[in-house]
Design a protein around this ligand. Structure first.
Ligand SMILES: [Zn+2]
Length: 115
């Protein structure tokens, strides 16, 4: 690959409306964190525009790894509600481990009171 055409992702404009598809779509973009190239296709760019989503700034594998790390694990565990002490089933999250775990009714009540 001709590395002179590689675009440093840090040079992308912040707003999607400012991104000129001629310069950034179907071009090799460098994710410096993992030193891998990726690109955004024309149809993918159209999807981001239609749904007002941000232009990706990381390789898709980095995005999937982040999504998996922040997702709850699929194995259920038992605990008690931090407020009413009722036994409940929950799914642990590897990133957000230190927090109160509430039953559905206590969670809804918490949302009503705290927004
Ligand atoms: Zn409760």
């Amino acid at each position: 690959m001709d590395t002179s055409q590689v675009i440093n992702i840090e040079t992308l404009p912040d707003a999607l409306e400012e991104i000129n598809s001629d310069h950034f779509v179907n071009k090799p973009l460098l994710d410096k964190k993992i030193e891998r190239l990726f690109s955004v296709t024309e149809s993918e760019f159209g999807f981001y525009q239609t749904h007002k989503l941000p232009f990706p700034r990381e390789h898709f594998l980095s995005r999937i790894q982040f999504l998996l790390r922040t997702s709850n694990i699929p194995i259920s565990k038992q605990t008690i509600c931090s407020y009413c002490k009722k036994s409940i089933t929950y799914y642990e999250n590897q990133i957000f481990q230190k927090h109160d775990i509430l039953c559905r009714s206590c969670y809804l009540k918490y949302l009503e009171e705290n927004g």
